[in-house]
Write a protein that binds this ligand. Structure first.
Ligand SMILES: NC(=O)c1ccc[n+]([C@@H]2O[C@H](COP(=O)([O-])OP(=O)(O)OC[C@H]3O[C@@H](n4cnc5c(N)ncnc54)[C@H](OP(=O)(O)O)[C@@H]3O)[C@@H](O)[C@H]2O)c1
Length: 334
């Protein structure tokens, strides 16, 4: 195919008995899945889901071998669809990418034209990678809270997992929009960086255990963005103010949810589910447009670490161990 080399590097995860083998291999264009648009990948990122896609009990990978990488940012190298032009900078994430078809941890990726988001003006390719699926999910969470009525000045808004991908970008978007933003983190070292960024306060992860087992606690939060799940979501539900909401997107500490119905029936609080993967493409393109404009995080791209495909094994292990900080960017093709 014109413009696409016969061989290129890819980071591959392959099931071998009860292990998953991981490493950089050479792939050919014929190894890519079907689709109208072939992308020369410039950047990907490391998300929690990518780490799960490379371990035996992760329950994310649907094929083997798999090129993980749920984020793809790059330039169109070939297109069979007139709506997507060769040379255009694009983003693609969600749907089956990096799960049941090859993703962004390779120099080339192929996707259906209907999954492609043209890079909005005002965002560089690196900016888009610094946002990635994690930042898109953060933006969707903030948009959902505001659509339900949260406005700057309403009071403290809590972000959990604040040193990680979703949480870190959520903090930056809330600050950009003038919300009184509070961060919950399990990493004492991250607290100073979060304060320097402008958060009103930092609470330790152990705060989530306060009042454990009680149906309701003091009404504290005007809203919350939670990507941690098990340990924190029940705490948030029992400490939200009357009619406030939490946007829940993740399960970094586990999938169980132990709550009572009292926050819902006595305080009218709302649990807003956020799923970034199966968003209709028109909505996805519109939200990316807002990320470049009114939902743009403060200091976008500041809190990033860059490495190549060979840095992935260490990074994926660190994410699973809860050591992620900020957004980790994979420089695939520069
Ligand atoms: N619904 C969606 O569409 C969607 C999209 C993207 C991500 N997610 C989910 O959101 C969650 C976060 O994703 P991410 O990419 O932001 O991950 P990440 O970069 O690894 O950040 C997760 C953060 O959660 C905190 N955490 C609390 N308890 C933890 C534990 N037991 N193990 C590991 N981390 C723990 C840590 O922050 P602190 O140390 O600061 O507490 C960690 O940095 C994941 O469950 C992911 O699958 C969902």
């Amino acid at each position: 195919m014109a413009g696409i080399p016969d061989g290129f590097d890819a980071f591959v995860a392959e099931v071998d008995g009860d292990r998953v083998l991981r490493g950089v291999r050479r792939l050919a264009p014929g190894d890519l899945p079907p689709g109208e648009v072939t992308i020369r990948v410039a950047w990907s990122g490391v998300n929690y889901k990518d780490a799960l896609a490379t371990v035996a009990d992760g329950k994310v990978a649907r094929i083997s071998p798999l090129v993980p990488g749920i984020d793809i940012v790059g330039t169109v190298a070939a297109s069979d669809d007139p709506a997507v032009v060769v040379g255009e900078e694009v983003v693609a994430h969600g749907y089956e990418i990096g799960v049941s078809r090859h993703g962004g941890f390779a120099a080339y990726a192929r996707v259906p034209a209907g999954w492609v988001v043209p890079l909005p003006s005002g965002l560089s390719a690196r900016d888009a990678a610094a946002v990635g699926t994690a930042g898109y999910t953060a933006a969707d969470s903030v948009a959902a809270l505001e659509a339900r009525g949260l406005a700057p000045g309403d009071g403290p808004v809590l972000v959990t997992g604040a040193s990680g991908g979703v949480g870190g970008v959520a903090v930056r978007i809330l600050l950009a929009r003038g919300h009184e933003t509070w961060a919950m983190t399990g990493k004492p070292a991250a607290a100073d960086r979060l304060r320097a960024l402008g958060v009103a306060g930092v609470v330790g992860r152990e705060e989530a255990a306060a009042g454990e087992g009680r149906a309701l606690g003091p009404e504290r939060w005007a809203g919350a963005v939670d990507c941690v799940g098990a340990a924190t979501l029940p705490y948030i539900l029992r400490t939200l103010r009357r009619d406030a909401a939490v946007a829940a997107s993740g399960n970094a500490s586990g999938p169980a949810l132990a709550t009572t119905v009292f926050p819902f029936i006595l305080r009218g609080v709302a649990l807003l589910g956020i799923d970034s993967s199966q968003v209709p493409i028109a909505n996805r393109r519109a939200l990316w447009g807002r990320i470049a404009a009114d939902l743009r995080p403060v200091g976008l791209g500041d809190d990033t670490t860059e490495f190549g495909l060979d840095g992935l094994p260490d990074a994926l292990d660190a994410v699973l161990a809860g050591r992620a900080e900020g957004r980790w960017l994979v420089r695939v093709g520069g």
